[in-house]
Ligand binder design. Sequence first.
Ligand SMILES: NC(=O)c1ccc[n+]([C@@H]2O[C@H](COP(=O)([O-])OP(=O)(O)OC[C@H]3O[C@@H](n4cnc5c(N)ncnc54)[C@H](O)[C@@H]3O)[C@@H](O)[C@H]2O)c1
Length: 312
Amino acid sequence: MNIIVTGGSGFLGCNLAKKFLSKGHHVTTLDINVSKYKFRKEILKKTKFFKTNITSIESLKKVKVKPNSVLLHCAGQPSAALSFKNPQDDLKKNILGMINIINFASMKKIKKIVFASSFNVYQENKLTPKLKETSNCDPKSLLSISKFAAENYLKIYASHLNIKWNILRMFNVYGPGQDPNNPNLGMISIFLNMAKNNPTLNVKGSLKRFRDFIYIDDVVEAWYKIALDKKNFNKIYNLGSGSKVTLIQLFKIISDTINKKLNIKVRKGTPGDFLGCYSDISKIKKDLKFFPKTNLKIGLKKFDIWLDENKK
Ligand SMILES: NC(=O)c1ccc[n+]([C@@H]2O[C@H](COP(=O)([O-])OP(=O)(O)OC[C@H]3O[C@@H](n4cnc5c(N)ncnc54)[C@H](O)[C@@H]3O)[C@@H](O)[C@H]2O)c1
């Protein structure tokens, strides 16, 4: 199959490219940047890479792809903190970027778009923090506004143009390939890197928060299944581990993994940040026979080893 991955230089995009290449598919990647990381560069070299800006339809028009490809849309502005620092940039990359991708898909006769959305689109529900696809959506950060708008453009505009779509609302993804030096993205990569290299763990927001952490190989497996699936198009799926983990529990696992006592300092949180939520994954289990395999202790250990082996 012909697969197009937008955001191919990023954490998720390069791991998706690696998976599809390993299964013998032809992979085209698009990104505004060529990654500076060796791990990501090695993967991109094996794909047909186009340096492309998704906010410009002219830039997208130069990309050559085969009809009937499946497009995995991972390019965009992914940080809630940065969405408050530069809302225009967030809007351009996430909303205009999505409209351009749909037009590009129509122009190139792409058969399906799978979109990397986020649990952030949901309304925080303190009474029922286990979220289903039918739970209320009520964006509270600027990132979640743009993600939710992009979801709606995809549902309505892609359907109007007869392009199939799926939306994957991912929870907190972590693991090999993630950038440990990015202070704005990836709770586990931020805390694990900080714990390994600093005397103090600076935590932005309450220690009472809880999350659903899912290992990258599990995430990639779900994307693989949905890309090849022929029955369950035009549906939204939660993509998480289905387990609730508090920050206190996470820090205990990090401390055990790296064998170091952590000195924790709590700072002001990011606006719109949830106290807690985790995923109900019964829909994706039923429809796609997707079952996450990696528990947090094992995933963290693997990630820690990978970080040591891949220091720049
Ligand atoms: N990592 C997570 O835990 C997580 C959770 C939920 C949703 N997501 C979503 O998944 C997607 C990928 O996340 P990630 O962790 O790989 O982020 P990432 O920052 O590593 O990757 C995003 C990629 O998009 C590219 N990009 C940005 N603007 C672009 C533009 N104008 N044109 C072309 N490329 C552009 C970047 O260069 C980068 O390589 C994001 O949309 C994010 O919101 C991620």
